[in-house]
Write a protein that binds this ligand. Sequence first.
Ligand SMILES: Cc1cc2nc3c(=O)[nH]c(=O)nc-3n(C[C@H](O)[C@H](O)[C@H](O)COP(=O)(O)OP(=O)(O)OC[C@H]3O[C@@H](n4cnc5c(N)ncnc54)[C@H](O)[C@@H]3O)c2cc1C
Length: 387
Amino acid sequence: MRIGVVGGGPAGLYFALLMKRQNPAHSIRVAEQNPADATFGFGVVFSDRALGFLEEADPESYQDIEAQLQTWDDQAIVHRDQEVRIDGLGFSGIARLQLLQILQAHCRDAGVELRFEQRISDLDTFADCDLIVGADGANSVVRGAYPEWFQPSLQVLSNRYVWYGTAQPFDCLTLTFRENHDGAFVAHHYRYGEVRSTFIVECDASSWERAGFGGMSEDQSRRYCERLFAADLGGHPLLTNRSLWINFRAVTNRNWSYRNVVLIGDALRTVHFSVGSGTRMALQDSVALARAFAGTQDVEQGLRNFEAVRRPQVEEFLKVAAESFQWYERFRDKLSLDPLPFTYDYVMRSGRIGHARLAQRSPRFAAAYGTYLSQRTAVTAVPGTDK
Ligand SMILES: Cc1cc2nc3c(=O)[nH]c(=O)nc-3n(C[C@H](O)[C@H](O)[C@H](O)COP(=O)(O)OP(=O)(O)OC[C@H]3O[C@@H](n4cnc5c(N)ncnc54)[C@H](O)[C@@H]3O)c2cc1C
C-alpha cells in the first residue's frame, strides 16, 4: 500500500512505524510541518497501563522509550500547603521531544520516509496514496479542510491553562492548589527528566481576568506564576516554549473517516490533560489502525475494522475525561474542603471507582481518609452520648 501521513507527532510516527513493521513493502511518507528537533510543550505523562501495550506493539521502540522514562508510584495533592499522597497509581514521564526522536529514529531505520518542514494545506500531496492518515493534532488541517466529511464538534472549556517547564525535579505527579487576591489556581506538575519537569498552570475565567493575564506578555505571565508558586518551585524559574494561555478545546468527530482518509490522535478527538492520557490514546489509535490492516489491504474494510474496535473504547474513555475536566471547571468551589476530603472528592471525580475499590488500589490514602472521618465524628459527637 502507498500511505501518506499528515503530522509527525506521536500518533503519525507510531502508526507509520507499525505499518512498516507489519509489511515492509508498504511505501509510507510522513509530512511534518516542524523541523525534526522542534516541538511544543515539555514532557508528557503516561499511566502504567500505557506501557504494556507499547511493549506488545513494538518491543524495539519500547526498549528505547522505557530507558528514558521517569517513573513514580504516588500522586500528590497539595492544598492549603498540606500534601496528601494517593498511593498505588503508577505513572511515567518522558520528554515529548525525546519520545518523538525515538519514534523518528525507528521510523527511519524501518524505511519510513520522513519529510520535515513540509506543511500540508490540502491532500493533493498525497493524491497517489491508497490511505491518507490525518494525524495532525488538535487543530487538524485535514479535519478543518473537510468539515462536511468528518462533522466535528467542539466544546471550548471556560478554564484557561498555560504549559511551562522547570528544572525543579518533583518526585511525583502533583496537583498544587493556590489562592491569592485574584482567585484560585492549580499547577499540574511532574518530572519527565532527571532535572526537568512539566508545570501546567490552570485557573477559572474570573481568576484569569482578575490576574490581568489578558494584558500580559508571555514573560509577565510567567513571572506572575513563578511568584504564585514560589514555594513549590524551590527557586527555579519557569521555562517557556510558546507558553500562551489557552482554553482547552474538547474535539470529537461524528465520522472518523471518509473514503480513504482517516483521522487519528488529537485530530480525531482531544483528551483533557488532567487525565494524562492524550498521548497514550493517540498511540493506541495507531496500534488499532495498524492492526485493522493486518489481515487486509482493502482500505474500506480496514477503516471499518478500525472503527469497530476503537470507537467503543474511545467513547468510554471520553466520558471519564469529561467528568475529570468538569471537576476542574468547578475546583474553586471545592477549596473550602479540608485537604483530605478535597483529595477524596478529586479521586472520586469520575464516579467510576467505589470506596471498596479505592481501598484496594490506594490502601494508605483510603486509611488516612478513614482516620480523618473518624476523628471528625469524634469531634462533632456530644461527649457522654452515643451520637
Ligand atoms: C497542556 C497539555 C498537556 C498535556 N499533557 C499530556 C500528558 O501529560 N500526557 C499525555 O499523554 N498527553 C498530554 N497531552 C496531550 C498530548 O500532547 C496529545 O494528546 C498528543 O500529543 C496527541 O498526539 P498526536 O500525534 O495526535 O498530535 P500532536 O502531538 O499534536 O502532533 C501533531 C503533529 O502534526 C503536525 N502538524 C499539524 N498540522 C500540520 C500540517 N498541516 N502539516 C504538517 N504537519 C502538521 C504538528 O506539528 C505536530 O507535530 C497534553 C496536551 C496539552 C495541551
